[in-house]
Design a protein around this ligand. Structure first.
Ligand SMILES: [Mn+2]
Length: 216
């Protein structure tokens, strides 16, 4: 016990943390091909409410919520009687729009995120940069054309739509994998983990925008 303690000037109360603006958004996007509503909460708990009409796609979006610790509510209807192309691409676009809106001016975020995720023999790496410049670089040699009712070619369309509208640079590589379900799942899980890292508020950044330009 310090005898000077009582006499010491009362320390300034710790500055109350600025209440974080709620990082959430709701976007509705309707075309003649698809009708999509996305609600996202970036500081969520990984809860998902998903209805895209494609079971395996719901399973993948569930990974994004769970491993990204974002809450996702995605209700999508579309021309699945043709195929899944328009719907999967448009969910990527609408989710990208919602994430861009929820992240706002990006002040205080980590900006970069990366993750490796394995699932048995499969291993994927995803790197994301909230750069403000859309770009997708994807190398995933899927070992099957379809997983359940889901065309694996649509993974590219989903991430292209997401990258273009979230305004992020995305590098996606599947490094190993023999089973297409595993390959796909590691891609979505790694995407989720990378997203979580990039969106995390960095307490040392003290609310600064993580760019020497001052804006992203
Ligand atoms: Mn699975």
């Amino acid at each position: 016990m310090s005898p000077t303690r009582r006499a010491a000037a009362k320390p300034a109360a710790p500055r109350a943390a600025k209440p974080a603006a709620a990082r959430r958004a709701e976007v509705e996007r309707n075309t003649k091909e698809t009708q999509i509503r996305v609600r996202v909460a970036l500081d969520g708990r990984g809860q998902a409410r998903l209805a895209t009409g494609i079971g395996f796609f719901d399973h993948m979006l569930d990974q994004v919520a769970r491993h990204g610790l974002v809450d996702l509510d995605i209700q999508a209807r579309g021309d699945l009687h043709i195929d899944g192309h328009h719907l999967v691409e448009d969910v990527g676009i609408t989710l990208g729009m919602a994430v861009a809106q929820a992240v706002g001016d990006k002040a205080g975020i980590t900006r970069y995120g990366h993750a490796y995720v394995p699932l048995d023999e499969a291993l994927s790496r995803v790197v994301v940069d909230f750069s403000g410049r859309p770009g997708l670089h994807m190398r995933v040699p899927f070992k099957a054309a379809m997983v359940g009712g889901f065309d694996t070619q649509l993974v590219y369309e989903f991430f292209q739509g997401f990258a273009n509208h979230a305004m992020v640079t995305l590098h996606i590589d599947n490094l190993h994998g023999d089973n297409a379900h595993h390959q796909c799942e590691t891609v979505f899980k790694a995407f989720a983990r990378a997203l979580r890292m990039a969106l995390a508020v960095d307490p040392r950044a003290a609310g600064a925008v993580p760019s020497t330009k001052g804006s992203l």
